[in-house]
Design a protein around this ligand. Structure first.
Ligand code: SF4
Length: 403
């Protein structure tokens, strides 16, 4: 099924004036002024990524096609996935992923490493699995269990494939019906989404996502997901998502409906954007939209992916590109790896960047919550950032007071 995206920057991705992909190799880095000398293995990754990037750009397969297949699931055969990538996540959280692939098409995607050549498959009857999962985990046998249901960690919950088909609406209606049947249920819906206002206002059968959210107030939270990078770069790297101002309008609309929406997933963070002005500009916008907590997460990227992201950043500012490579490719940082070999920025720099952000966000009264993996990697103590902070948020931005 072909569709018209609610937001699109595709023409910018394929029509960037004067942009020519290059090969990020030793000479390229030297000419750029990068002083750290990467290992041969790192260089191989950067070179490989450069050539894959050039061929995807030429073949116009860099970002998703605006189409999806509709399919059915066997609700009893879906593997129940617990969202616990670190092995020490504090909440028992079940995943809701009604689409295979993702139409948002982020070029740094944590799930696909920015590869969007596969076709999208949307599961039309996915709500039947959600019904079965809620009954099993928070039904008559276990109504008092505190469980989050995360919609959606592996895809965007509110994308065209879930909105135009009513899949997203049906998933939400399952939660509404669950609470009607089990008013005491301790199931809580955790939404992390790049949705803009157009997504949340989208009506299926005359009912908008916001209408359904309203019926779940007190039992759900909506956490917007926003990246720190130059706005023009965001348009390229998140080609089918809403601009920042529309995501913040979505946040405001949720709160107008009484829905908890005051924490943000701030990811990915491009370290070169964390200048004093960059930090102030970004967090002022969040603060003005009523965000009181944020979970920072730095860009993690395999070297293949980094070669593309660096070149796009360099299109706007070569000095930022130089800094990006310098922050990631040093041999001493080669073991700073998250899932599937994605490299995080230099550890000392990461700690400094967290301090830099906090120095400003403290003046706005904002709290911080962080992932267990980041805490461990960077040696951040519970005295520094408590497991549950003063506003009740922990790790991903789960609001503990929802229970
Ligand atoms: S919205 Fe999330 S899952 Fe979708 S492409 Fe972007 S990073 Fe990947």
């Amino acid at each position: 099924m072909d569709y018209n995206p609610l937001y699109s920057h595709a023409s910018k991705v394929y029509g960037l004036p004067g942009f020519e992909p290059a090969v990020v190799d030793a000479d390229y880095l030297k000419d750029l002024g990068v002083e750290v000398v990467p290992s041969a293995h790192t260089l191989e990754g950067l070179e490989r990524g450069s050539s894959v990037f050039a061929s995807r750009l030429a073949g116009r397969t860099l970002i998703p096609r605006t189409s999806f297949e509709l399919s059915q699931i066997d609700p009893s055969a879906v593997k129940t996935e617990i969202h616990n990538y670190t092995g020490r996540c504090p909440a028992l959280t079940y995943e809701i992923n009604p689409v295979r692939g993702c139409g948002a098409g982020c070029l740094y995607c944590l799930v696909t490493d920015g590869v969007h050549e596969q076709s999208l498959v949307a599961y039309d009857n996915y709500h039947l699995y959600v019904r079965e999962l809620l009954d099993r985990m928070n039904g008559p046998q276990s109504p008092n269990q505190n469980h989050y249901y995360y919609f959606s960690p592996k895809t965007e919950a509110f994308q065209e494939a879930t909105l135009y088909t009513g899949i997203a609406h049906r998933v939400l209606m399952e939660f509404i019906s669950h609470f009607e049947r089990f008013p005491e249920s301790q199931a809580r819906l955790f939404v992390a989404s790049k949705a803009g206002i157009r997504h949340l206002e989208y009506k299926y059968d005359g009912v908008s996502v916001l209408d359904l959210f309203q019926q779940l107030k007190g039992r759900m939270q909506f956490n917007t997901s926003v990246s720190i990078m130059p706005d023009a770069l965001r348009d390229l790297l998140e080609p089918y998502t809403a601009p920042l101002q529309d995501r913040l309008k979505a946040v405001l609309a949720c709160r107008e409906r009484g829905v908890q929406a005051n924490s943000a997933l701030v990811q990915p963070i491009f370290t070169p954007s964390l200048t004093p002005d960059g930090i102030k500009d970004f967090f002022d916008r969040l603060h003005d939209a009523g965000i009181i907590n944020y979970k920072p997460e730095f860009l993690t990227a395999c070297m293949e992916n980094l070669a593309m992201l660096g070149q796009y950043l360099g299109y706007f500012d070569k000095s930022l590109e130089r800094q990006l490579y310098s922050d990631y490719i040093g041999p001493a940082n080669a073991d700073h790896l998250k899932q599937r070999g994605r490299t995080a920025p230099d550890r000392a720099l990461s700690v400094e960047c967290i301090h830099r952000m906090r120095e400003y966000t403290d003046t706005l009264g904002m709290s911080v919550s962080i992932c267990y993996w980041v805490r461990k990697q960077l040696g951040i103590t519970e005295q520094d950032i408590p497991l549950i902070n003063r506003n009740g948020f922990q790790c991903l931005g789960y609001q503990s007071r929802l229970f």
